[in-house]
Write a protein that binds this ligand. Structure first.
Ligand SMILES: [Ca+2]
Ligand SMILES: [Ca+2]
Length: 94
């Protein structure tokens, strides 16, 4: 699971910010489908149309924010360790 997650976030990081569809990552939503904690967190903050589902579009800002929380050393990648720490942070704070 973690290997797939790191790949997910790495793909997003590799997208040049200047590209027209910038950070759009159709697979970002998988992050919130596979992890209950992140799903609850994302729904509370990013479910903009209030249907209780994180759509592919809603997952974009949610994934970016999660990466900001999780990427402690700012190298653009979220390691399994950083992922676990971010999860604990989210559980404690939200
Ligand atoms: Ca929604
Ligand atoms: Ca990192």
């Amino acid at each position: 699971m973690f290997d797939a997650l790191v790949v997910l976030l790495a793909v997003q990081a590799a997208t040049p910010p200047s590209a027209s569809n910038a950070a759009f990552n159709p697979r970002a939503v998988e992050l919130f489908e596979r992890d209950w904690v992140l799903n609850q967190w994302a729904k509370r903050r990013f479910d903009t149309n209030g249907d209780g589902i994180i759509s592919v579009q809603e997952a974009q800002p949610a994934a970016l924010e999660f990466k900001e929380i999780a990427d402690g050393d700012g190298d653009g990648r979220v390691t399994p360790y950083e992922y676990e720490r971010a999860r604990e942070f989210i559980i404690a704070r939200y």
